[in-house]
Write a protein that binds this ligand. Structure first.
Ligand SMILES: Nc1nc2c(c(=O)[nH]1)N[C@H]1C(S)=C(S)[C@@H](COP(=O)(O)OP(=O)(O)OC[C@H]3O[C@@H](n4cnc5c(N)ncnc54)[C@H](O)[C@@H]3O)O[C@H]1N2
Ligand code: MOO
Length: 395
């Protein structure tokens, strides 16, 4: 049986490319950029006044001049005026007037009829945001692979991009299998359940901006065979919940084989989620067969499926976050254990993880009081408070 890292590597080896598309800047939030964004001008594009006040030539002040005649007003949006020998009133955001090199705010001057008197010591070049001091022209401002957020949107806007080239989003089918499942708007009989798993998975996908169609298939080989044939033909990936363990009606591995889907692995040394199956169709459409137990499927989404989607969207994968286990914990099976934890930053800045009380992999209600899974390695049985392990966030 594979370890978590072996299984993860196999999953990442089979990433695909969903292609690219152009989207309007107002629709680009959360999408993965696929082009370099180049500065079409220096930033700031001109020497920019940063305080309301007056612009002078420092050499006049250096020679002992304290009273400056007001020659003109230079507001933001006006072309540059030229100083003769007094001062020009300037507003924040204005281009620096010609022949000036120093800005003195109103707070440090007093008005005398048609002049300003400098009341406080000043420094040459003060209160000017120099042209190109943030970014030089032709510099790369954004690289492909980043997630577009508000900060990147401002950059796109400032270089005049009305549209951005981003990764196309995959077309995903989410499939719930099992005769015990009913739709969520139905009242289940005593032996039935509402199909919660696929809706949780749908929500995890939405965090990446990815939508998915939701399907329910009953445990009948012919139904599974026919439906999966159609789903493989019309989707970029299939995420299936249930039917992958050892039960008499767990037909998924057999059905996949019949469809020519190559199983890359089935079962991983982990709890929950041991029966995880991963396969790839002849057309390179991946199939994630997640165990039906709700916490298992949820964890496998966070640990395997979402990173696969991120990498296929050519997103730079962030390094795993680490947290400090806050109380001792024991797990004595030779499996990696994914412990639901609630993380909190201590007053001295450490990320602490408190295990959430759970009844195991069927207890999805516990996930509401946690926000991450802590990955406890298979080669240890005892985990001590103060030890550091990686965490996979879902909130
Ligand atoms: N003899 C063995 N039995 C089991 C093994 C094993 O290795 N040998 N593995 C156990 C583990 S671990 C898990 S996890 C489950 C996984 O089983 P399946 O993937 O076949 O899932 P199902 O049997 O279809 O369902 C399990 C459980 O989850 C509920 N479920 C399924 N889908 C949904 C859904 N969409 N929404 C809500 N709940 C769902 C289902 O009703 C079952 O209670 O197998 C163990 N058994
Ligand atoms: O994945 Mo199973 O959930 O270990 O119970």
């Amino acid at each position: 049986m594979l370890s978590v890292s072996e299984a993860f590597n196999i999953v990442l080896e089979t990433v695909v490319d969903f292609g690219t598309e152009h989207v309007e800047i107002t629709q680009a939030n959360g999408r993965i950029l696929r082009e370099s964004i180049i500065a079409d001008r220096p930033f700031p594009p001109f020497d920019r006044v940063t305080m309301d006040g007056i612009a002078i030539s420092f050499s006049d002040y250096e020679r002992g001049k304290k009273v400056f005649n007001i020659e003109a007003l230079q507001a933001a949006g006006m072309p540059a005026k030229t100083l003769r020998n007094g001062c020009i009133e300037v507003m924040t955001g204005a281009i620096l007037p010609e022949n000036t090199d120093t800005i003195i705010p109103y707070e440090d001057i007093s008005r005398q009829e048609n002049s300003f008197v400098i009341d406080k010591p000043i420094k040459k070049g003060q209160n000017i945001h120099l042209k190109g001091s943030d970014v030089v022209i032709d510099a790369i401002m954004l690289l492909p692979g980043i997630k577009i957020t508000a900060a990147e949107i401002a950059v796109l806007a400032t270089v005049g991009k009305t549209k951005a080239l981003v990764s196309r989003l995959p077309k995903v089918a989410l499939v719930a299998t099992g005769d015990e499942l009913v739709q969520i708007d139905q009242t289940p009989l005593p032996h039935q359940l509402r199909m919660s798993n696929v809706f949780a998975m749908h929500s995890l996908l939405l965090n990446l901006g990815v939508n998915a169609s939701i399907h329910h298939l009953i445990d009948e080989k012919e139904v599974l065979q026919k439906s999966f044939t159609e789903l493989f033909a019309s989707n970029d990936m299939i995420i299936c919940s249930g039917g992958v363990s050892a039960g008499k009606f767990d037909y998924i591995p057999e059905v996949l084989k019949g469809l020519g889907v190559e199983t890359r692995f089935h079962k991983v040394k982990q709890r929950p989620g041991k029966p995880l199956l991963f396969g790839v169709s002849a057309q390179k459409v991946p199939f994630f067969g997640l165990p039906g137990n709700p916490v298992s499927g949820f964890m496998c989404m966070c640990r395997y499926v979402l990173p696969w989607i991120k990498k296929s969207m050519k997103m730079n994968l962030e390094k795993p976050t680490h947290a400090i286990l806050n109380i001792d914990f024991k797990f004595d099976k030779p499996l990696t254990f994914f412990l639901p934890v609630k993380t909190e930053t201590s007053n001295d800045g450490y990320l602490l993880a408190d295990p959430a009380a759970t009844n195991g992999s069927g207890d999805f209600a516990t996930l509401t009081s946690a926000n991450a899974f802590m990955e406890l390695p298979e080669d240890k049985d005892e985990f001590k408070a103060g030890e550091v392990y990686s965490v996979w966030f879902y909130k």
